[in-house]
Design a protein around this ligand. Structure first.
Ligand code: AMP
Ligand code: ZN
Length: 462
C-alpha cells in the first residue's frame, strides 16, 4: 500500500514494523458536543485505511480515543493551552456533570460511528481512564529534564527536543509569525506546551486529579501519547487525524513521546484535508456544522455520506453541498438497484481482473474516486450477473456501503399491513391518517411509492 506520509512529505510504500499486525491510532472526538459531518470525513479516512489493510490480508490493531478532559477552546486560535476547557464549558452550559456529558456524547458518537459503518477500534480509550499513565509520562519527562513549571502548569520545553518542527514546519524561531494569540509570558518559547495544568486557585473544577505537581488536569496533547504508548507500544505504524492536528497536536505528541522513550513514535503520519461547506469553513457558529442526524432528517441515509466521501481523494478539499449529497444518493440508489437485480449464484467467483484493478486504486494512497470508477466500469462490463455481484460484494468489504443488506429482501408483514391500511385511507380521502401511516412505514425503515389505480410499491428506505 502506498501512503502519503506527512512527516517525510512523500508518498511512501507502507509496510508494518511487525509483519503480523499493523498498529494504528486515530485522534478521536472531544465528547462535549455532537460530532459533525466534517469530523466524520476524518474518521472515514481511518476506516478506509483499516479496510484496505484488511483487504490486503493484514491484521490491524486499531485504537481511537475519546477526549473527555483538557481540550481547551484556545486550540481554535492556535494555542491549545489557553481558553476554557471544552468539557467544563459544557458542564456550565448544560447543567450536567462532566461524566454525564462525556457519556452522553460518547454514546451518540458511537451510534453515528455505527451508522457510518465504520469498523470499531479494539478500544475507544478515554483520556480520564488513563490519568495514571499520563502522570507517569510527565514524571519521566521531568526526570529527563524536558520540563519546567510556571504558575499555571508543567510545560514541555520544546528547545530541548532537537527535531521539533519536523512534522509541523514550526520551530521555536519561526512560530511567532503565525501566532494569533497572546503568548503566555511565562512560557520560555512560544511552541512550549502544557503537560499538566493546575486547577485555578480557589476554583474546584468538575474534573481534577492530584499529581506530584499539584491538583489539576492533563494537557490535551498528553493523552494521545499516553494512550497510544500504553496500547500500541513505543513505535506505532500509522497515526491518523485531520490536517489541523499536524501543526501542534501531533508535533507535540511526537516531542513528548520520543523524549520519553528515545524511540521513533510514529512511522507514518496520515492527515486528511478538511471538508468545506458551500465553499467555506464548517463551524457551529455558522450553523453549517451538520450532524448525522441533520442529514438523516433531510432524508439521506448515512451511507450516502459515505459514498460522497469517496468522490474525492482524502488529501483534496471536499465541498459539502446538499446538491452534491443528492448526486451521491442518485448514484448509490442506482448501485443498490442494479445489485438487487443481479442473479445470485453462491458458486460465482469475483472477477480477478477487476479485483486487481480495484486493489491497485485503493492501494494507491487511497484513490477512492478511481476505485469507484472501477466499480462502475465492472458494472458496465460483459461479466455475467452472478460474477458481477460476487465482485461487487468483495469490493464492498472496502467501500462499506452495506450492499449485501440491500439485496433481495422480504418486506415484513407489519409494514405491508400498515401500507394496505394507508391505501384504504387514501381511497377514502382520510389524508391525515394516511400521512400518519406513511410516517409509521418510514420509521420501520421502508418507503412507499404510489402507483396508478391505488396500487403501491414498498422499498427499503435509504
Ligand atoms: P475535534 O473533535 O475538534 O478534536 O475534531 C476531531 C477530528 O475531526 C480531528 O481529527 C479534526 O482534525 C477533524 N476535523 C475537524 N473539522 C473537520 C472538517 N471540517 N473536515 C474534516 N475533518 C475535520
Ligand atoms: Zn490526538
Amino acid at each position: 500500500m502506498k501512503l502519503y506520509n506527512s512527516l517525510t512529505r512523500k508518498v511512501e510504500d507502507f509496510s508494518p514494523l511487525n509483519t503480523e499486525t499493523v498498529t494504528m491510532y486515530t485522534c478521536g472526538p472531544t465528547v462535549y458536543d455532537y460530532a459533525h459531518v466534517g469530523n466524520f470525513r476524518t474518521y472515514a479516512l481511518s476506516d478506509f485505511i483499516n479496510r484496505v489493510l484488511l483487504f490486503n490480508g493484514n491484521r490491524v490493531k486499531f485504537i481511537m480515543n475519546l477526549t473527555d478532559v483538557g481540550h481547551m477552546t484556545g486550540d481554535n486560535l492556535g494555542d491549545a493551552d489557553t481558553g476554557e476547557d471544552r468539557m467544563e464549558k459544557s458542564v456550565v452550559k448544560e447543567g450536567r456533570t462532566a461524566i454525564e456529558i462525556a457519556n452522553f456524547y460518547a454514546q451518540k458518537f458511537i451510534q453515528d460511528y455505527d451508522k457510518m459503518n465504520f469498523i470499531h477500534p479494539e478500544k475507544f480509550t478515554r483520556a480520564t481512564e488513563y490519568i495514571e499513565e499520563q502522570v507517569r509520562l510527565v514524571k519521566i519527562l521531568e526526570e529527563k529534564g524536558f520540563t519546567y513549571t510556571t504558575s499555571d502548569g508543567v510545560y514541555f520545553d520544546t528547545s530541548k527536543f532537537e527535531s521539533y518542527g519536523q512534522l509541523s514546519g514550526y520551530t521555536t524561531d519561526n512560530v511567532m509569525e503565525g501566532a494569533r494569540v497572546e503568548i503566555n509570558p511565562e512560557k520560555k518559547h512560544p511552541t512550549d506546551f502544557a503537560l499538566w495544568k493546575f486547577s485555578p486557585i480557589n476554583v474546584k473544577r468538575s474534573q481534577e486529579w492530584a499529581s506530584p505537581w499539584g491538583t489539576g488536569f492533563p494537557g490535551w496533547h498528553l493523552e494521545c501519547s499516553a494512550m497510544s504508548l500504553a496500547e500500541l507500544g513505543n513505535t506505532l505504524d500509522i497515526h491518523v487525524g485531520g490536517e489541523d492536528l499536524r501543526m501542534t497536536h501531533h508535533q507535540n505528541e511526537i516531542a513528548q513521546s520520543e523524549s520519553a522513550t528515545g524511540k521513533k513514535f510514529v512511522r507514518y503520519w496520515v492527515h486528511g484535508a478538511h471538508m468545506m461547506v458551500d465553499g467555506g469553513r464548517m463551524g457551529k457558529s455558522l450553523g453549517n456544522a451538520y450532524t448525522i442526524t441533520d442529514i438523516e432528517k433531510k432524508g439521506f441515509d448515512p451511507m450516502v455520506l459515505r459514498y460522497f466521501f469517496m468522490t474525492s481523494q482524502y488529501r483534496s478539499k471536499l465541498n459539502f453541498t446538499w446538491d452534491a449529497l443528492q448526486s451521491a444518493q442518485n448514484a448509490l440508489r442506482r448501485l443498490y438497484e442494479l445489485a438487487r437485480g443481479y442473479k445470485r449464484e453462491e458458486s460465482a467467483k469475483a472477477s480477478k481482473d477487476y479485483i486487481k484493478k480495484f486493489g491497485d486504486k485503493i492501494n494507491d494512497d487511497l484513490n477512492m474516486p478511481e476505485a469507484l470508477a472501477v466499480v462502475w466500469e465492472m458494472i458496465k462490463s460483459e461479466l455475467e450477473e452472478p460474477e458481477k455481484l460476487a465482485t461487487l460484494l468483495k469490493m464492498d468489504s472496502v467501500l462499506g456501503l452495506r450492499i449485501e443488506e440491500h439485496l433481495a429482501y422480504d418486506t415484513p408483514q407489519k409494514v405491508l399491513d400498515v401500507a394496505k391500511m394507508r391505501s384504504e385511507y387514501r381511497k377514502a380521502g382520510i389524508w391525515d391518517k394516511a400521512d400518519v401511516a406513511r410516517k409509521q412505514i418510514l420509521e420501520m425503515g421502508y418507503e412507499v411509492e404510489d402507483l396508478p389505480d391505488g396500487k403501491f410499491k414498498i422499498k427499503r428506505k435509504m
